[in-house]
Design a protein around this ligand. Structure first.
Ligand SMILES: *[C@@H]1O[C@H](CO)[C@@H](O)[C@H](O)[C@H]1NC(C)=O
Ligand SMILES: *[C@@H]1O[C@H](CO)[C@@H](O)[C@H](O)[C@H]1NC(C)=O
Ligand SMILES: *[C@@H]1O[C@H](CO)[C@@H](O)[C@H](O)[C@H]1NC(C)=O
Ligand SMILES: *[C@@H]1O[C@H](CO)[C@@H](O)[C@H](O)[C@H]1NC(C)=O
Ligand SMILES: *[C@@H]1O[C@H](CO)[C@@H](O)[C@H](O)[C@H]1NC(C)=O
Ligand SMILES: *[C@@H]1O[C@H](CO)[C@@H](O)[C@H](O)[C@H]1NC(C)=O
Length: 406
């Protein structure tokens, strides 16, 4: 999948490089200063606060097998491993702690209230450690925080609503933790660029109405969200490029409004309980590269318009009940498109479902106009028998869902 280089990834690297550059030019300056006075300048009040915060943090780190925080002693916090300083954006003569990067150092501990003292932080990267507990409410003090990556840790509890109070936040990565409960609708009202919440225990339905969102990447995969994709998904149209809803227990028909997401490059709704046809509107997604509808209960015709999308490189629709491929859809490889059409009801194709399974599906067509969300169809006569629900088999992990690429 071409999903690795999300814009935020590039932004974060650029920001780090900038921070490193600023902090090295700053320390070059202070080194020069030192030559005249033979002692380091006393830390400014900001760095004194940072010292208090980082010592409190160190105290609640219970395991640090690589001795990463061993040099977190003394008042020169800018020399600590994983701590990045830069001139304050408010006052360029004052050096402040602008970044914490503890990615992948296997630390166990929790986040103390004192982290709220690091009010100049722009970046927190704690990816792939063993941090547990909940996020302190004092994080709301971090008014400059731009990137928060807590992925692949052991954070628990309900959605950490404190992140909703961070005015500068653009990149939120909570994937691979043990958060649970419902998603606050306000999450989608924030000016975030990327939202990764996959591989948690979030449950409850997808918010029924998305307000206009600015996110370009939204990954919900491997949570038990349930519910249907609401027509208001179109409110993401101006920015959304990747929508990954793999294995989220969503049901119902794909709303035609999915076709309004004109910037979409990746749409993956595989391993759900979707029914009904492929909306024709998807044929309007000129930038679409990856389309994965596999492992649902969708039916009807695979429309030609989708198969001739100019940028499509992979169209996976195996394990559904499609019964006809229009035109070139029957020969996607001739268009250079990777595809998987196994286990459908395509009469001319190998590796399809049994006639018996297919007949049952044909006898009970889904009427999307009357389908009531929540998995209870209006009539009862148009329900697909549960016995036909395909069993999920393959492990699910796509590059943009895996932790560690921020
Ligand atoms: C960390 O420090 C302890 C105690 O000084 C030492 O025994 C251990 O080998 C160190 N571990 C690493 C990975 O350097
Ligand atoms: C620092 O800020 C002052 C006042 O805002 C400004 O004149 C100066 O150019 C800045 N210096 C740098 C290196 O940004
Ligand atoms: C918030 O930041 C300010 C300024 O750095 C600091 O004085 C204050 O103690 C912080 N509040 C909390 C709750 O950490
Ligand atoms: C689907 O998501 C659930 C969590 O909601 C998880 O337990 C399960 O392992 C996932 N299935 C696959 C095939 O990854
Ligand atoms: C196409 O996408 C599917 C689903 O993401 C993936 O399993 C498959 O490997 C991809 N095929 C190619 C050739 O990239
Ligand atoms: C698929 O397209 C190729 C190249 O255009 C052609 O040679 C082949 O006969 C087609 N196969 C079918 C089954 O139509």
């Amino acid at each position: 999948m071409k999903t690795m280089a999300s814009p935020s990834f590039i932004i974060s690297l650029a920001l780090l490089i900038l921070l490193l550059h600023l902090s090295s030019s700053f320390s070059a300056a202070s080194h020069h200063h030192r030559q005249h006075h033979h002692r380091p300048p006393p830390p400014n009040p900001k760095l004194q606060q940072a010292y208090v915060a980082l010592q409190a943090f160190k105290k609640v780190i219970y395991s640090d097998p690589r001795n990463f925080t061993t040099n977190w002693i003394g008042r020169e916090v800018c020399k600590y491993n994983g701590i990045y300083c830069s001139p304050s954006p408010h006052d360029n003569k004052t050096k402040v702690v602008a970044g914490i990067d503890l990615n992948g150092v296997d630390i166990a501990g929790y986040l103390p209230d004192e982290l709220g003292l690091l009010s100049d932080l722009a970046l927190i990267h704690l990816n792939s450690n063993r941090f547990c507990g909940i996020l302190p409410q004092t994080l709301s003090n971090l008014s400059l925080l731009f990137e928060l990556d807590l992925s692949n840790n052991r954070f628990v509890g309900p959605f950490p609503t404190v992140v909703l109070s961070l005015p500068s936040l653009k990149y939120l990565d909570l994937r691979y933790n043990e958060f649970e409960g419902s998603l606050p609708p306000q999450l989608f009202a924030k000016n975030l660029d990327a939202i990764f919440i996959n591989n948690n225990w979030f449950s409850n339905v997808v918010p029924p109405s998305f307000v206009t969102s600015t996110a370009s990447v939204v990954v919900f995969a491997n949570n038990k969200l349930r519910g249907c994709l609401p027509p208001s998904i179109s409110n993401f149209a101006n920015t959304l490029e990747e929508l990954l809803l793999i294995n989220t227990s969503i049901s119902g028909c794909l709303p035609p409004e999915v076709g309004y997401l004109y910037k979409l490059k990746v749409l993956d709704v595989s391993h759900n309980n979707l029914v009904g046809p492929i909306p024709y509107s998807i044929a309007g997604l000129a930038h679409l590269e990856q389309l994965n509808l596999a492992h649902n209960m969708m039916s009807g015709v695979v429309p030609m318009g989708v198969c001739v999308l100019p940028n499509l490189v992979n169209f996976t629709f195996s394990y559904n009940f499609f019964c006809e491929e229009e035109g070139i859809c029957g020969n996607l490889s001739s268009n250079g498109i990777a595809f998987d059409d196994r286990r459908n009801c395509l009469p001319e194709k190998p590796k399809q479902r049994s006639e018996k399974e297919c007949e049952a599906a044909l006898e009970h067509p889904v009427d999307c106009f009357h389908y009531h969300c929540g998995g209870v169809p209006s009539g009862g006569s148009n329900a697909i028998p549960p016995a036909m629900v395909p069993a999920a088999a393959t492990p699910l992990l796509s590059p943009s869902m895996a932790p560690g690429n921020a």
